[in-house]
Design a protein around this ligand. Structure first.
Ligand code: NAD
Length: 341
């Protein structure tokens, strides 16, 4: 299928080049994000391949459909950035990569937890300066602590499995219970109880109207003083202003973020010679007990291989059969939610 892929980084090209030998799609690549300024570049293509910060709102979807696009192939599991109603109105088929490597995201989550706890970011800088002092670097034993997992799907389950290995007591909050998490020994509780009891709270739910700002000032007020919060799900699940306030008041002990509410303006590009114009992001970067990574939790060789392979297979399936199991639509989304309760 004649496809244009937006937001393609140099590290993705070798995967496309290798795997497309099997699928033989007619592929074009651009590094630019899909925005109102770039959407017209898709004119004449049947498929648009997009990543997490490409803007698939009603206006851009209309431009794409008017230019002849029939398929939107997401290189992500999350589809919160797509206006599914508008896609349906324009008869655009939207496909995604529902699972690639939950281990990649889970392992990065644990990496943030351990680095924050043992202050590896500070120790690294100190030692390079010849400062071998330990003051300010004290951590805690993760063994025996309580970890709260919000969203116990594929990634939440992997995180729980690793934390079990550390010897943690694991609490879970999810409207749908995962029996494999229960087998691991996870205890399901409601969100307030999870927040009150947990030394570490880690977020693994999708961004939906229900989860937007799930962690707000009220949620933070319920957390244990000094608790750690880690978010590798989607930026909008956390109210950034509220966490900054929680850090300033020393209610939050530490914060690890791989995602940020306004990340679309910053992540996936080198802005090291620019002044950061976003005051909340700039403030977050000043705290000694905050680590921000630029949406890299998925970024392993295995995950990229799986993302590109599934994306190319999704496009072929729609091309040959007009449908695909990895399709998402407003209708399917509502049905799935109702089925899950
Ligand atoms: P999944 O669908 O397997 O699991 C998500 C879980 O969240 C489900 O069990 C669902 O029931 C639960 N959930 C839904 N609404 C909830 C709510 N209101 N409160 C608590 N739980 C709720 O998805 P997954 O593969 O585990 O991925 C989870 C999220 O991780 C994705 O939606 C995506 O946003 C994010 N993600 C981030 C990266 C990254 O690189 N940082 C990569 C992949 C995925």
């Amino acid at each position: 299928m004649k496809t244009i892929a937006f937001s393609v980084q140099p590290y993705e090209r070798p995967f496309f080049d290798e795997l497309n030998r099997t699928y033989d799609h007619d592929l074009s690549f651009i590094e630019a994000q899909l925005t109102p300024d770039t959407a017209a570049l898709a004119k004449g293509y049947e498929c648009v391949c997009a990543f997490v910060n490409d803007e698939l709102d009603a206006g851009n979807l209309r431009t794409l459909a008017e230019g002849g696009v029939k398929v939107i192939a997401l290189r992500s599991a999350g589809f919160n950035h797509v206006d599914l109603e508008a896609a349906g109105e324009h008869r655009l088929t939207v496909v995604r990569v529902p699972a690639y490597s939950p281990h990649a995201v889970a392992e990065h989550t644990i990496c943030l937890m351990m680095a924050l706890n043992r202050k590896v970011h500070r120790a690294y800088n100190r030692v390079r300066e010849g400062n071998f002092e330990l003051n300010g670097l004290m951590g805690f034993d993760v063994h025996g602590k309580t970890a709260g997992v919000v969203g116990t799907g594929k990634i939440g389950e992997c995180v729980a499995e690793i934390l079990k290995g550390f010897g943690c007591r694991i609490l879970g909050f999810d409207p749908v219970r995962n029996p494999d998490c229960e087998k691991l020994g996870m205890t399901y509780v409601d969100l307030p109880e999870l927040l009150e009891e947990s030394d570490i709270v880690t977020l693994h739910c999708p961004l939906t109207p229900e989860t937007e700002h799930l962690i707000d000032a009220e949620a933070i007020s319920k957390m244990k003083p000094g608790a750690m919060l880690v978010n590798t799900s989607r930026g909008g699940v956390v109210d950034t202003g509220a966490v900054i306030d929680g850090l300033k008041k020393e209610k939050l002990g530490s914060l690890g973020l791989d995602v940020y509410e306004e990340e679309g303006d910053f992540f996936f590009r080198d802005l090291s010679d620019k002044v950061i114009q976003d005051d909340q992001l700039a403030r977050l970067l000043t705290f000694p007990n905050v680590i921000v990574t630029g949406h890299q939790a998925f970024f392993t060789h295995e995950a990229l291989h799986a993302i590109v392979d599934t994306t190319l297979a999704n496009i072929r399936k729609v091309e040959e059969e007009g449908r695909c199991d990895n399709e998402v639509s407003a209708e399917k989304h509502v049905t799935e939610k109702n089925e899950k309760g």
